[in-house]
Each structure stands twice: as C-alpha cells, then as structure tokens.
Design a protein around this ligand. Structure first.
Ligand code: IPD
Ligand code: CA
Ligand code: CA
Length: 266
C-alpha cells in the first residue's frame, strides 16, 4: 500500500531542493540547445533537475515510474501503478531570458488517477499544492473553489503565436474571444498559468498543444476546485500524448466551447 502522506512530504522536500539548485545556476553560463524548433530551448539545468528528481524518486520508491519531459528515466507507455509526471523546468525560455516566471511541475498519478500535484514557482518561492480530496494550497493558504464566470468578466490565458503556428486555424475564430474577454494574458509557462487559474488570478487557459508534463499537476488542482480540464473539443485528455488543451472555471468553459470554439478544427 502506498503511504501517500509520506510521498507528499518527500515530493515537497525534493521540489524545493530542486528549486534551490536551479537558483544556484543563475550566476553560471548556461549551455543552451534547441529541440523540436529554434525556439524550443533546453539547458543542462533542465536535464540536471530532471536527473536529480529521478534519483530521489528511484532511491526511495524503486517501483514508481517517471514520465519526464527530458526523457531521462525509463520509457513509460501506460499509466498503471504510481507514475510521477515531471517537467523539471516549465518555461525554459523565461528561465534563459528572464530568470523568472518558470516553475517545476510534478503530478503523481496512480493507475491514471491524479493523487498529488505540485507546481513550484522557484523565484517567487510559491508552492502550489494539491492532495486529492484535501483541497489546494498556495504555500499555507487554502485556495477557494472556482466560481462560475463569463467571458465578459474573464481573463483568458492564450498564446498569441498559436494563430500563426498552425495553418489549419482561421484567426477569425479566436479574434471574437480575444475581443469579448475582459483581457488576455500569456506568461510563457503553462504549468504556472494553470496555477493561476487554480488561484483565481486568471479565469481560463487554452492552447493548441500541450504535453502531459505541462498539465499533470495543474489538472489535479483545477479539478479539485471544481474547474474543467479538457481538450478544445471538450474531450478527456490522453495523459500519454500531446493534446489541445482548455482549462477553465465552470460556466465559462461551456460558454467558450459553445460560442467560440465549436467551429475550430482543433
Ligand atoms: C513550454 C511552456 C510554454 C508553452 C509550451 C510548453 P517548456 O514548456 O509551458 O508556455 O506554451 O507549449 O512546451 O518547453 O518551457 O517546458
Ligand atoms: Ca513544459
Ligand atoms: Ca520543460
């Protein structure tokens, strides 16, 4: 039997330690490489952070498996048992250019069900945390359940480049949403944007493509607080592959799907 309280305590300790190590790297020269395209950055600190977390998890829980963005652990092809889904630095571009607004994200799942989620904003030193069934916290502050809202009153997280990125998307589909919303925002770290939805700083976040390590922790938090997390077609997300992504407060989720997204070929 998994002692989830113990797992939770270790996960909190390790994510903070990993954050300290990232901060120690600020004074050093980074080795920056690119992955899928010239703007998809990775540094040796992303890899060292994933490696640090893998070693801690493996030493303490040899039967747990790890799905990490940098792929340093054994490949995970199904979600049975306990799986830690890890993004060692989410917002690497912010890390490289700004030394802020990036986070470590860890979602811990058992047989595909989210149990524990942690998102650590390293520079702000804010730890968002959920233990399923026990509420969501930012440090020691409990987060309130998400209440219904509307586009008119909503701040929507969306990435302005996604309209250019994909030739299938007609920009006129999203323009009305950007126009009708109270405001739009783009912070460059998907997991932090999900923590902002959980904490009420934003009302929704959507994007064309997101990977499980970007949203594994945030999904548990938003659902725990009564929010919705689906694809842009209102489908359940596949935790083992990329998805289009839409997280929102209740009410707003339905309004955006019905009024704005139904004509998109996502
Ligand atoms: C990226 C960030 C970014 C989002 C991208 C992600 P990375 O993660 O979360 O905000 O728009 O889709 O890939 O590469 O910095 O871990
Ligand atoms: Ca990421
Ligand atoms: Ca990353």
């Amino acid at each position: 039997m998994t002692n989830w309280r113990e797992v939770d305590t270790f996960a909190k300790t390790w994510i903070k330690e990993a954050g300290e190590r990232i901060k120690d790297s600020f004074s050093k020269q980074l080795i920056i490489e690119t992955k899928s395209n010239k703007n998809d950055l990775v540094t040796e600190i992303d890899k060292a952070t994933e490696d640090f977390l893998i070693k801690k998890i493996n030493q303490t829980y040899p039967d747990h498996r790890i799905l990490g963005e940098e792929g340093l652990a054994e490949k995970v092809e199904e979600l049975n048992g306990v799986v830690w889904i890890v993004d060692p630095i989410d917002g690497t571009m912010n890390f490289v250019h700004m030394q802020r607004d990036f986070a470590i994200s860890i979602g811990i799942y058992e047989d595909g069900i989210g149990k524990i989620g942690l998102i650590y904003d390293v520079v702000a030193d804010e730890l968002y945390h959920v233990f399923k069934g026990n509420g969501v916290y930012m440090d020691d502050i409990p987060l309130a359940p998400l209440e219904e809202t509307t586009v008119e009153k909503g701040i929507i997280g969306l990435n302005s480049t996604w309209v250019m990125e994909n030739k299938r998307i007609d920009p006129s589909i999203l323009a009305p949403l950007a126009k009708d919303a109270r405001g739009t925002r783009s912070f460059g770290s998907a997991c932090l944007e999900l923590a902002y939805v959980a904490s009420g700083r934003m009302d929704a976040y959507m994007t064309l493509r997101l990977s499980p390590w970007d949203y594994a922790a945030g999904k548990i938090m938003i659902e725990e607080l009564g929010g919705m997390v689906t694809s842009l077609r209102n489908e359940e997300l596949d935790m083992l592959s990329q998805n289009s992504f839409f997280a929102s407060k209740p009410g707003l989720h339905q309004e955006i799907l019905e009024k704005y997204l139904k004509n998109g070929k996502w």
